[in-house]
Write a protein that binds this ligand. Sequence first.
Ligand SMILES: *[C@@H]1O[C@H](CO)[C@@H](O)[C@H](O)[C@H]1NC(C)=O
Ligand SMILES: *[C@@H]1O[C@H](CO)[C@@H](O)[C@H](O)[C@H]1NC(C)=O
Ligand SMILES: *[C@@H]1O[C@H](CO)[C@@H](O)[C@H](O)[C@H]1NC(C)=O
Ligand SMILES: *[C@@H]1O[C@H](CO)[C@@H](O)[C@H](O)[C@H]1NC(C)=O
Ligand SMILES: *[C@@H]1O[C@H](CO)[C@@H](O)[C@H](O)[C@H]1NC(C)=O
Ligand SMILES: *[C@@H]1O[C@H](CO)[C@@H](O)[C@H](O)[C@H]1NC(C)=O
Ligand SMILES: *[C@@H]1O[C@H](CO)[C@@H](O)[C@H](O)[C@H]1NC(C)=O
Ligand SMILES: *[C@@H]1O[C@H](CO)[C@@H](O)[C@H](O)[C@H]1NC(C)=O
Ligand SMILES: *[C@@H]1O[C@H](CO)[C@@H](O)[C@H](O)[C@H]1NC(C)=O
Length: 524
Amino acid sequence: MAIPRQAFASLLLLVLPGCLLRCTAAQSQPVGEAELLLQIKRAWGDPPMLAAWSAASSAAGAHCTWPHVGCDSAGHVSRLDLFIINRATGPVPDAVGGLSSLTHLDISNNCINGTFPTVLYHCRSLQYLDLSVNYIGGELPDNIGHGLVPNLSTLILANNEFNGTIPASLSMLRKLRHLMLDSNHLIGTVPQLGEVTSLEILWLANNPFDAGQLPTSFKNLTNLVSLQVDNCNLVGDFPSYLVKMPKLEELLLGYNSFTGTLPPEIWGLKKLQWLDVSSNNLTGDVVVDGFAAMSLVIIDVSQNKLSGTIPEVFGHLKNLTDLDLSDNNFSGEIPVSIGRLPSLMTLSLSNNRLTGTLPPKFGKHSSDLSYVDIGDNNLTGSIPEWLCSGSRLRSLLASSNRLNGSIPVGLAKCVTLVELSLENNHLSGVVPRALWVHGKLLTLFLRNNRLTGSLPVMMSNNLMMLDIGNNNFVGRIPTMALGLVHFSADNNQFSGEIPPHIGYGMPLLQQLNLANNKLSGNIG
Ligand SMILES: *[C@@H]1O[C@H](CO)[C@@H](O)[C@H](O)[C@H]1NC(C)=O
Ligand SMILES: *[C@@H]1O[C@H](CO)[C@@H](O)[C@H](O)[C@H]1NC(C)=O
Ligand SMILES: *[C@@H]1O[C@H](CO)[C@@H](O)[C@H](O)[C@H]1NC(C)=O
Ligand SMILES: *[C@@H]1O[C@H](CO)[C@@H](O)[C@H](O)[C@H]1NC(C)=O
Ligand SMILES: *[C@@H]1O[C@H](CO)[C@@H](O)[C@H](O)[C@H]1NC(C)=O
Ligand SMILES: *[C@@H]1O[C@H](CO)[C@@H](O)[C@H](O)[C@H]1NC(C)=O
Ligand SMILES: *[C@@H]1O[C@H](CO)[C@@H](O)[C@H](O)[C@H]1NC(C)=O
Ligand SMILES: *[C@@H]1O[C@H](CO)[C@@H](O)[C@H](O)[C@H]1NC(C)=O
Ligand SMILES: *[C@@H]1O[C@H](CO)[C@@H](O)[C@H](O)[C@H]1NC(C)=O
């Protein structure tokens, strides 16, 4: 009886590796490392950046001088730094497994595909492995933690196409200090890594894990410096053991579904530089008893349901560049100290219930200030004169408040400004002429105020969106605004004739609203 074809095929598969083993053993001369490097080069399609790797220059030991190759004192290849050799396409070739002294392999930022290269299990000296930013996919092998050398300290698999669950065996790699699996398609639960207490950097962000909590074993990871688990489908109360990780510098928990309050002790983490808990379901007042996090550079608690007042102590953070408290339920006044932050670049406080005035000298001491969003609050008083004093301001978004007074000349003359939204306020006075004609402004929204003044005949060519409806503007409609797409000036006191060839002067115009003015003539 004939052996069924399928069974025969699997028999062959079983036999093959043994045969290969015998064949290589019979050769009794291991393939030289120079030859292995040339095989790697060929497998990846002879990338131009490896042109200097050539058989002609492969005299004994010469390969140690090839670019991107490092050798140990015994003349064995110990390092390959092949990041961004660009056109490296195809899987990791088996030849890599022959480099038995390899300690450091970086082949990140290429177009490498295939599945996880288990051939690396042969590299028994490996300490550093970076395969990130490639197209390597499929499931991680179950035995990865037993296969890779136990001394491995860095494993970077981020930004690939890995799917399936994270193998539990990873926790056998007890010397791991850096583990980055972020931006893949990993599912299942976040693995127990509580025994890998050497971990300093753990990045799991941007994976579609099943909804679940961080494993409680994580409380063991007290050496963590950076934990990035944003966008991981995490639920449950804010993991309070995180506040007992004194080395934490980066804590990114955003875009999950954490509930409960932000533990006040979080602000006691002395080394914390980057805190991101945005887009969760956190509630309660932000309480800052025992503040010690003076190194904070970025605070993002936006898109939660946090309440209470803005902690005054935030205004004493010398290195704070970004403060985002938007889309919450904060109330009370903006502390004057916030207006003196020396490193501040972006401030987002929009969509809260803030009252009171803006710090009067806001901007004067923040020379890098470029983005201010305070819209949708209940702020009163005037717009500070100094916002653009560092000549960096690109955006001022302050719509839907109760701001009054006039638009300061310092703001109108701000040549870096790209967007200005002041609609739905109580602003009055003449709009400084500089605002209409300066170069960079793309969007200008002043609707629903009590502003007056007139527009120049020619507006800036860059202006795309202009809404000045419901104000007290007078004079003529401009004849030229080459970039304008949307123009609303309804409910004002404009007079005279609508420019007869407005289509020539505003060739990109798609929407025009001039209703309720004192205009005559037709739109041509
Ligand atoms: C890897 O990429 C090469 C070149 O783009 C392609 O020909 C090959 O089919 C890919 N292999 C896999 C396993 O995706
Ligand atoms: C293990 O790795 C460390 C560095 O992380 C290195 O100093 C040490 O020599 C390695 N030990 C072995 C046996 O490879
Ligand atoms: C992982 O991806 C591979 C190829 O892209 C696919 O064949 C396999 O079914 C996927 N596995 C899971 C668990 O999604
Ligand atoms: C915490 O780490 C210790 C070793 O430092 C280990 O014995 C213990 O099992 C770990 N706990 C968990 C929950 O992983
Ligand atoms: C927040 O909780 C509400 C119900 O309380 C729920 O509908 C919503 O989906 C949750 N949002 C997030 C981001 O978890
Ligand atoms: C602020 O940043 C500077 C420069 O990076 C650093 O030297 C200084 O220690 C930081 N200050 C605090 C309080 O962390
Ligand atoms: C906002 O905070 C106030 C107390 O300051 C509270 O009464 C109200 O319910 C909160 N609103 C939301 C949506 O959480
Ligand atoms: C602003 O204040 C007014 C009057 O105090 C109040 O009616 C309104 O609800 C407040 N708006 C917001 C967004 O808090
Ligand atoms: C702005 O409003 C405040 C009260 O909120 C008032 O005291 C002040 O006189 C107003 N300023 C102007 C210029 O209208």
